[in-house]
Design a protein around this ligand. Structure first.
Ligand code: ATP
Ligand code: MG
Length: 455
């Protein structure tokens, strides 16, 4: 993100925010169009169309969340979220190309070609005294909201959002930014601050703890002390979150380009352990190379994202679970099972256990198994094996994984280089390269079959 546009904005605003401001409900700070840098030309046409249509139908509608936050910081948002006083059914009625999704938290997706605009109805508070509210709101014993469909005003909606910097509303009617919770000031101070009482808000939805560290890493902001204090203590609440939701959250955490910073924060606040308990156990036992391979894997992924190269969740999950797979593989090998079947058994056990906290869909767990298996096969180069491996569906990912292990000091340097040269070599040269493969990799002499007994 560039800071030039921010500077312009903050110059104008810094006078206003020189004193800490108390934000009572209903008292929005309104920032007029010439005092902020949100411009309609940077907002997707689809989002503007949705706001316009809702306005035409007599509803209020604002751009909110990451869209406003990123535009104020001079960046380009990855998606646009809209908040309105229309109910999901009314929004659904206004757009043919829309559908209502979610149960815990109902929202409407309005589709324009490949772009999806998310429209949420203003959320209200969860006041236990109201019977109407009880019908639409539910909590578990630990305070977690399992239903959050109480509707309210825009002020109430702001108070229900996670972070102050995510609760800024832009109106394309008057082009003003509406700030009910001090988000502008926190953008200026580069501060991540949860709205309301931190412990209550984390108990309502423990994923908010992950969002705190995600945005702190993404934006390089500090975490306010009140916001930070309960993190370590409440981190175990993350085990209550569904494994399917957790899969999406982990992707956002570790595959957004700041994986290494995010990982450091997850570790600092004890938030990694509930996500990957088996990996954390290896780290606690100082399993050799475990920390190194995870760190290097994240650094490489961040670098690929910075270069706009393809990254797949399969690779990053393969990295995160590799220290566990390696340990269990060794145990099974020691019990006398041959190398590749032992690897299959280890992969099965590790994935089965991991699914309890983070559900990894088959389309990723299958390539993960192949990436791990390739680590055994890449050290068996003799005969036709090396040539055949080049045609393996996941050869490239397996090879990249080998390079990563080399970088992390887990395998002897040189093997990756050999495979790189082998891929590029002419057929004749390949033959010569194979003659130099160490004898240990030569296939075992075929077992002699016992002659069949005559019947
Ligand atoms: P980005 O899309 O860039 O990852 P974002 O802030 O837009 O960031 P979304 O997940 O798209 O994140 O959510 C949109 C908005 O909804 C957020 O900005 C925030 O205001 C609100 N929100 C999202 N998740 C929560 C939550 N768990 N609790 C409260 N509010 C939330
Ligand atoms: Mg968003």
């Amino acid at each position: 993100m560039t800071s030039s546009s921010v500077t312009g904005l903050w110059k104008k605003l810094s006078g206003k925010f020189s004193k800490p401001t108390q934000y009572a409900p209903n008292s929005a700070t309104i920032i007029p169009r010439d005092e902020h840098c949100v411009s309609r030309k940077n907002i997707s046409d689809a989002a503007i169309k949705v706001i316009r249509r809702l306005n035409e139908e007599g509803f209020d509608a604002y751009l909110v969340g990451g869209g406003v936050r990123d535009l104020l910081l001079g960046g380009q948002p990855k998606d646009f979220d809209i908040a309105t006083n229309a109910t999901p059914e009314q929004v659904r009625g206004a757009f043919r190309n829309s559908r209502i999704i979610g149960r815990r938290f109902r929202i409407v997706h309005v589709r324009f070609g490949n772009e999806i605009i998310e429209v949420t109805t203003f959320r209200g508070g969860h006041d236990a005294s109201s019977a109407q509210r009880n019908k639409h709101s539910a909590r578990t014993e630990s305070g977690m909201l399992t239903r959050d469909n109480v509707y309210g005003s825009v002020e109430e909606d702001a108070a229900r959002r996670d972070l102050s910097i995510n609760a800024l509303y832009y109106s394309s009617r008057d082009f003003c930014v509406y700030d009910y919770v001090g988000g502008m000031q926190d953008l200026e101070r580069k501060l991540i601050r949860i709205i309301g009482d931190p412990e209550t808000r984390y108990r309502e939805d423990p994923v908010r703890m992950l969002r705190v560290v995600r945005f702190a890493a993404k934006l390089n902001f500090d975490i306010e002390q009140r916001t930070e204090e309960p993190l370590k203590r409440l981190a175990p609440l993350l085990t209550d979150i569904s494994a399917a939701r957790m899969f999406d959250e982990v992707i956002k955490l570790l595959m957004s380009g700041q994986g290494i910073q995010t990982y450091a924060l997850l570790q600092r606040y004890g938030l990694f352990s509930p996500l990957f308990p088996a990996t954390q156990k290896m780290l606690n036992q100082h399993e050799p190379a475990a920390e190194a391979i995870i760190q290097q894997g994240l650094i490489n992924t961040d670098a690929r994202i910075a270069e706009d190269k393809h990254v797949t969740p399969a690779f990053i999950y393969a990295v995160l679970l590799w220290p566990v797979v390696k340990r269990i593989h060794k145990e099974i090998l020691d019990s006398g099972v041959p190398e590749i079947p032992a690897l299959h058994q280890a992969a099965e056990r590790v994935l089965h256990k991991q699914q309890q906290t983070v559900a990894i869909p088959k389309r990723f767990s299958l390539p993960m198994r192949d990436i791990w298996e390739l680590q055994c096969r890449l050290t068996r180069r003799t005969g036709k094996r090396a040539e055949l491996l080049l045609d393996h569906r996941y050869f490239r990912a397996g090879f990249d994984f080998l390079l990563l292990r080399e970088q992390a000091g887990e395998v002897e340097a040189g093997l990756g280089q050999w495979w790189l040269a082998f891929q590029e070599a002419h057929a004749d040269t390949r033959g010569a390269m194979l003659t130099q493969v160490p004898a240990g990799e030569k296939p075992r002499a075929p077992r002699r079959r016992r002659p069949r007994k005559p019947r």
